[in-house]
Ligand binder design. Structure first.
Ligand SMILES: NC(=O)c1ccc[n+]([C@@H]2O[C@H](COP(=O)([O-])OP(=O)(O)OC[C@H]3O[C@@H](n4cnc5c(N)ncnc54)[C@H](OP(=O)(O)O)[C@@H]3O)[C@@H](O)[C@H]2O)c1
Length: 286
């Protein structure tokens, strides 16, 4: 199978390219080959021959989206719509990636794929527009959340580095979700392909307890303590204290994974197991 992948300089795009290049022909489409901010990005796809298009590319900085809503709309909404129109016309499979930030997160609990969306930020609004266009064109959307993996440092890597440097730690404790490990995500995408690439929306995150960033930091410190490292103190912050967050963030966006479980024939693994695997390899590669 020929698989075209956008955003291959990003966390998810790199993970997908690495995973699928072992078993398929991968056509990498980083921004330098396909700029999703350009109006003709759909038409430009005709330059490549592929059976599946995966679109993890996106304008992912919440503050940047707030500051440049027109660019956010082009990359997160207009581009997926153009890719979806191209794929529908060609009969090509399309897998697009969206976010738990399409929810307003006002109440605790797990969100299902059918739950109403009500994004709070430009990022969330433009991502919702993009996922709607893909679904309307018969494509597939995987919503992912709090992504981490070996491709690019994320929140767990920052905590790990600071803890190992003995720095005092602080993390937000009143905002919750469930993380997605890129290594697991690539396997779920492979299972989706093997199942005939069903259309529709899938929540693609780990199982395990709903957790805050503070809770993830607690887990990292517990891991380090088990390994014999001294661990620094950790303070709990509230979202309201985060002055650097100019874009509003939803508080409760953990996603239910029953639809993913049916696809896999098993539950996705617990985020604590995925996190520990990631931390183990980070320690080895230091
Ligand atoms: N990271 C998370 O925690 C998270 C959570 C929920 C959902 N998501 C969604 O998951 C997807 C993948 O996220 P990620 O963590 O892999 O993001 P990432 O590491 O920030 O990567 C984003 C990718 O999009 C590319 N891109 C940005 N603007 C572009 C443009 N105009 N044309 C072409 N490519 C462009 C970037 O290319 P450059 O390197 O050239 O900028 C990069 O390759 C995104 O759609 C995001 O909305 C992520």
């Amino acid at each position: 199978m020929r698989i075209a992948i956008t955003g291959t300089t990003g966390r998810v795009g790199r993970a997908l390219a690495r995973h699928f290049s072992l078993s398929h022909e991968v056509i990498e489409l980083p921004r330098s080959r396909l700029d999703l901010a350009s109006a003709d990005c759909g038409g430009r796809l005709a330059a490549w021959d592929f059976d599946v298009l995966m679109n993890p590319a996106g304008l992912t900085g919440l503050e940047q989206c707030e500051e440049d809503p027109e660019l956010a709309r082009r990359v997160n909404a207009a581009a997926p719509a153009a890719l979806a129109a191209f794929c529908r016309e060609r009969g090509t499979l399309l897998l697009h990636f969206s976010t738990d930030y399409v929810f307003d997160g006002r109440t605790p609990g797990l969100r299902s794929e059918e739950d109403a969306t009500a994004p709070l930020s430009v990022y969330g609004m433009t991502k919702r527009e993009g996922e709607r266009a893909v679904l309307d064109a018969g494509g597939t959307v995987m919503r992912i959340s709090w992504v981490f993996g070996p491709e690019k440092p994320a929140f767990p890597d920052q905590i790990l580095e600071r803890a190992l440097a003995g720095e005092e730690l602080a993390a937000v404790a009143d905002k919750e979700s469930r993380p997605t490990f890129t290594t697991d995500l690539a396997e779920w995408v492979a299972a989706w392909l093997a199942a005939g690439a069903p259309a529709g929306c899938f929540h693609a995150c780990s199982s395990g307890p709903v957790v805050s960033w503070h809770g993830i930091a607690v887990e990292i410190l517990a891991f380090l303590a088990e390994k014999g490292y001294a661990t620094p103190p950790l303070r709990a912050l509230s979202l309201d204290q985060m002055d650097s967050f100019r874009a509003p963030r939803p508080r409760h966006t953990a996603m239910a994974t029953e639809r993913l479980e049916r696809l896999l024939g098993r539950p996705p693994r617990d985020w604590r197991a995925a996190l520990r695997e990631h931390l183990e390899s980070r320690l080895i590669s230091r």
